[in-house]
Ligand binder design. Sequence first.
Ligand SMILES: NC(=O)c1ccc[n+]([C@@H]2O[C@H](COP(=O)([O-])OP(=O)(O)OC[C@H]3O[C@@H](n4cnc5c(N)ncnc54)[C@H](O)[C@@H]3O)[C@@H](O)[C@H]2O)c1
Length: 308
Amino acid sequence: MPLKVSIIGGGGRVGSNAAYALQCGGIVREIALVDVNHELAEGEALDLMHGSHFAGDQKITAAHTADIADSDIVCITAGSRRKPDESRLDLINRNVSIFKAILEDLRAANLKHDAIIFVVSNPVDVLTRLAIEHLNWPAEKVLGLGTMLDTTRFCSLIAEAKNLPATQVRALMLGEHGDTMSPIWSSATVAGVSLTSILTATEQSQLAKRAAGSGAEVIRRKGGAGYAVGIAIAEVIHAIALDKRTILPVSARVSGQYGMRDVCLSLPTVLGRQGVIEAREVELWPKEVAGLQNSAKALAATWQKLNQ
Ligand SMILES: NC(=O)c1ccc[n+]([C@@H]2O[C@H](COP(=O)([O-])OP(=O)(O)OC[C@H]3O[C@@H](n4cnc5c(N)ncnc54)[C@H](O)[C@@H]3O)[C@@H](O)[C@H]2O)c1
């Protein structure tokens, strides 16, 4: 059955761009935009609805959290960006307060027991864990966008650099959506051919570095990411809506993979209508495993600071 998706923060750049990607995808039945700035959500919903005649018969509305109890997926994109004089941890503390308030609103809204909570706001891995623990929601029904955006950036940049078709490049970023993310060259291919046989070591490190720094590059030029993150969000939602069993690098709670526990980060994860089906422990080079474990350590340290 086609799904209803509610986007909390839907008036913002990421939320509205995700709504547009979902509208163009034409797969979900209903899109509700919720934002503390309700007028902004109304404006975005109206603009999207005006395109329905050409785009499709979806219902697109602005709503309040209290009215979204019938959502199948609640996507949370609300949050603020870093101020010039602010540390990363200050931003985390600020976004955690906003996020906890949203979780309280969701608790009060009385969501369906099988609703899927999809976290996009940053720091996404920490907030994904917070959603599971604060709402006491089943871990398989909570996921974060994780390294989806980093992965599409990585593949698209490799394609551009080598004049390859972007859709045929397969190169994952895994781990934390943040400073410790790891490029996975061991399984990187284009049309089945190993990318390590096509790219020099210098090219590999330059492309991985540029992909990891792409967020900052976009922020410097236009204030914040929108289109690519919107497409990445729609990819995840469509995998769930169509019960595709697609394997995507989303953030989910790990339970022993590579010796890691009690942390949410991105591994190749099977997604279907029930949510997270399985985070896979695939074969990786030792240095890639060490990279993932380093992400887990960094995320555990941030979690500890938040709970001090
Ligand atoms: N995970 C990823 O890959 C990824 C990528 C890009 C951005 N992000 C994150 O997404 C978040 C949003 O970024 P943006 O560029 O859209 O920012 P934005 O400022 O354009 O939008 C944020 C929206 O959230 C709304 N909001 C704030 N508090 C709210 C609340 N309590 N309830 C409902 N709505 C509320 C604001 O009114 C605003 O419209 C940030 O945390 C950003 O870091 C994540």
